[in-house]
Design a protein around this ligand. Sequence first.
Ligand SMILES: Cc1cc2nc3c(=O)[nH]c(=O)nc-3n(C[C@H](O)[C@H](O)[C@H](O)COP(=O)(O)OP(=O)(O)OC[C@H]3O[C@@H](n4cnc5c(N)ncnc54)[C@H](O)[C@@H]3O)c2cc1C
Length: 466
Amino acid sequence: MSKIMSFDEMYTKVVDGKYSFGTGSWAVASPHITMKLNEYGEYQPELKESANLPSEKELKAMQDSCLSLSEKNESDVAEKAFSNIPDIKFDNRIGFYSGLYIGHVTEGKFRENGSSGGFGTWIFKELLERGKIDGVIQVKESTENSKLFEYGISNSLEQICTSAKTRYYPVELSEVINKIKNTDGNYAIIGLPSYIMETRLLSDVFPQLKKRIKFMIGLICGHQKSTKFAEFLAWQCGINPGNLQRINFRKKMKDGNASDYAIEVTGLVNGKSQTIVRRMRDLIGSDWGQGIFKISASDFTDDVMNETADVTLGDAWLPEYVKDSKGNNVIIVRNPVIKEIIEDGIKNSKISVTRVNVEKVFSSQAAHFRHTQRELAYRLYKKEKAKMWVPQKRVVASNDFPWIRKRIQDKREEICKKVPLIYAKAVNKNDIMYFETRMAKLSKSYKNLYTIKGIQDKIKKELKLK
Ligand SMILES: Cc1cc2nc3c(=O)[nH]c(=O)nc-3n(C[C@H](O)[C@H](O)[C@H](O)COP(=O)(O)OP(=O)(O)OC[C@H]3O[C@@H](n4cnc5c(N)ncnc54)[C@H](O)[C@@H]3O)c2cc1C
């Protein structure tokens, strides 16, 4: 067992080192910690004002439930959760699986109202109707003015359905998890990989969480965004920072590809509330590879497929599915109850899915695997070379990558570091152009690297043909 770190050591390593995912696990582990949105719109754990430091027992709970400090990695946790399930299989890239599917919900309006195929809402409906759960811990529109979204508990089908849709927005779990600690009942939770992993780790520390949180639904996550992503998208639509009231990040458009979605923003323009719809492709921020307003910790996870979740859901970003603007999910099932729900759904024609193989699932997220898993080795190498502390990952540090891939990674890091600072200045000056001109330069140098890569690939192909 590793020694228990002091609060200062933990904070320096995880928060100052920018390896905190802002999940809120520390604020569950210790009543002396609270979660705050910092000036860059990222959740950060903080000591409560004039509070004492966490006790030794709380420090241990913080350390044990923190993805960047825990002795357990996702493989250890998944092994414990799933390896005993009859007929379960394992693949190095996607983790455990007992069923792989691509498709959508045909029952009701789940697909129409969802971001992809609607499974993120429909599975909860089935769990509730079958009496497996009393409530769902999910992301909802916030009731507070200071933020747009937050984790909350839904106890009815109506509440579950009104909380559909992907929110590219930071959320933290401590408030709801602390409630669950003191409220009997059976719950399901939905979350990004670090949130599900840290909920599993918290469940090992607090037996009441293990008893009550029965199902964990995982989303695939390219990366987490700060609040400034939503704010900047709205600013481009004419809604100034501070005036955004609502945002739908994934408005489906009938006439395009599933990936060609729009945003719908509501906010004050010249003192009047307006709702504006704009295609993402026409806005700065649509290139997920560039990753503007990305939370740095997202670059230090190796869990692409939310490996510790009972079921993982994502978008079916494959040519044969992306043409359908109504959207489809890729689904990795691990839990037998959820497997039964899906198989019953097929029999009763409530869903339309195709059984697929690992390769298909992998290729739906090929770029994500390249960045998040493969090239993490280079990001770790750079940190180690600079003699900086790095969390223990399943990927080993390496400098052994083609020159161009390393430059692309360097540029992504530069964008991640510079964007929040440039944006803060633009907001101070109340000048969106200040940000856009500087962002255009970063973007151009990023795209130039892809031009070079394109030329290199072409030459390589021609040499191979000779
Ligand atoms: C930040 C982020 C990045 C993502 N990146 C990828 C990606 O790279 N590749 C990919 O294939 N898929 C990605 N997804 C998942 C994808 O966008 C869809 O959310 C998923 O396919 C489920 O769609 P659905 O139609 O089944 O769900 P819906 O029926 O629309 O239900 C969505 C459910 O997700 C919950 N939810 C919404 N936002 C969050 C959040 N921030 N944290 C936790 N729960 C939330 C809602 O409360 C709701 O229960 C990402 C999602 C998020 C939030």
